[in-house]
Design a protein around this ligand. Sequence first.
Ligand code: PAF
Length: 281
Amino acid sequence: MSTPVIVRTVEALRAHTRAWRAAGESIGVVPTMGALHDGHLSLARAARRDCARVITTIFVNPMQFNNPEDLLKYPHSEEADAALLATVPVDLIFAPAREEVYPDGFKTVVTVGGVSEPLEGRMRPGHFDGVATVVTKLFGMTMADRGYFGQKDWQQLQVVQRLVRDLNIPVQIIGCETIREADGLAMSSRNLRLTEAGRAKAGVLYAAITAAAEDIRAGQSDRMAIREAAEAIRAAGFERVEYIELRDAATLMPSDDPASPRRMLAAAWLDGVRLIDNIPV
Ligand code: PAF
């Protein structure tokens, strides 16, 4: 275990990354908003396996929160995060202040068309502009060769893939498997906001979409399987199912073609907490 250096300015970050690049060392970046769990650590471990140097960024990006209350409630736990990252270990934590990322006069917004528009894009207007803008900045700041993102945020992963292709950003995007709790609940910082009773029901989201995917593969109609999944989620005590959709895995457009890779994506509310998940079909 070795303690990662923590830097807060782009200038200090670049002093490290310039030296690493000059020595011919590859750099992997794991962008996070902190409140780290095993899902994040699995990304950092993947970066550790692939790259000579690993940076984890910790920045709660105000630009991607369409709901100000969500931003206020976002947990901050830098000391605990640093201790977890030391177990990987990562080389450097970049934890800038808001003004370092968005200084006075900042006016640029990166918008990725198409893939960012449906589902999360429709439910959370402006969210993916915030993600695309900060990810573009983090890639520029870190000068990384590879960027690690979780499949848990499947649409985000597709948005970032589109972004680097469209803007010729020389970062290879690695999408890592979703890490789940024993009952199937996808790990997320939001899970901490569930009550004990809510937490006991939360695994139903994954169980229901898994059952729907199996039924579709066995020949049941998409619509019927999705309806049954939504009913199961509501019956378990979720307040609301926002969407369950079967989409083309890359474009996120509706797809009824079982021959092309498809993804089932879902968002539902439990205990006033919005949970999302997705699986291949
Ligand atoms: O997935 C997240 O935690 C964030 O959207 C990211 C990629 C760190 C950008 O702020």
